[in-house]
Design a protein around this ligand. Sequence first.
Ligand code: NAD
Ligand code: MG
Length: 393
Amino acid sequence: MSARTVTLLGATGSVGQATLDLIARAPQGAYEVVALTANTNAADLAAAARRVGARFCAVADERAGPALAEALAGTGIACGAGPGAVLEAAAMEAGWVMAAIVGAAGLQPTLTAVRRGACVALANKEALVCAGALMIEEAARSGSVLLPVDSEHNAVFQAFDPAQRAQIRRIILTASGGPFREAGLETMRRAGPAEAVAHPTWSMGAKISVDSATMMNKGLEIIEACHLFALPQEQVDVLVHPESVIHGLVEYADGGLLAQLGSPDMRTPIAHALAWPARMETPVERLDLAQVGRLTFQAPDPERFPALDLARGAFKAGGAAPAVLNAANEIAVAAFLAGQIGFLDIAAVVSEALDEGMGGPEGAPAPASLEAVLAADALGRRLARKAAAGLAR
Ligand code: NAD
Ligand code: MG
């Protein structure tokens, strides 16, 4: 069998490193790494590129360029710096691309891989939230296969029988509930970055960890699911499941539910996408259900976690709203991590940005071009900066 050629966008992050770990454990010759990218971490990127024998490396931050070039001197591995170099990496001819850049920064590189018809393993949910319609349309045009890596969507993808689409009643995304699942509003008001990123079951990057604590992560995932599975949001439910053992479910007309289960370790959904349509070994801890003993479930609390309704509202509004929501959330999370606003202010900033940025009838058409998406993203950032400045302490 010939090697699968792969490129990793966001190779130094939590998902990127987990993907590299699986590639390192795969049988010799199964994967051939074409390109790796990162934002600023030239040292880790160069080390990974040497280890896997990548052909090309790119850092998005131009200032990290000289360090990258120096770290790769004499290896024969080509490199570049700046957003254009990341796009160049995405455009190289790898058949499989892991889209694991965090935030809307991943949109253009991911779209570049989609447009050339690559098989794209999609971790970068923000790209789908702000440009879902465009992404799905471009994938249909190029023949690009989108493989969901987000654990819930990967679970649903495995349980979703497209031939029975008319018999599918709803899908259910599970949520751990995050570190504040049981916390009172006063505790949440006082929470700082250290408490918010301390996720009970998953180990992830800082931004998605804060999103899990506000449950905006689940809000973004509702929108992500609507695009990936072409469902109206009324058919996408959220269920709090603190053990994070069941990742997603599909309910059929006959009342049966199909679920995918596993230890909360991203290497399982990543491996599913990496080997797809085959399967591969992973070192993931096997699920011992007798040991787990009991699985529990509860409905999400919309009072303490308003982000869920904000996301549903933005998707319903359509037009620029989902991109505004996503961009405002990125700004609010960054302001929270920098100690500028409180934890509960994150949803308040997003809400204010949406109120100011929306208007017009519900169900407006989604931005049809990359330029329109970028304009909506810029608007969301501007409105959120203003709202955050008003709340700054
Ligand atoms: P992370 O912060 O650990 O890593 C982010 C990666 O993106 C890094 O390689 C970083 O260098 C790169 N990056 C950041 N800003 C960039 C920019 N401006 N331009 C180019 N590259 C940039 O994040 P993560 O936890 O690995 O998450 C990555 C994506 O996967 C996110 O969209 C997240 O929502 C999604 N996701 C992550 C997990 C998880 O377990 N970590 C689970 C599901 C989905
Ligand atoms: Mg998820």
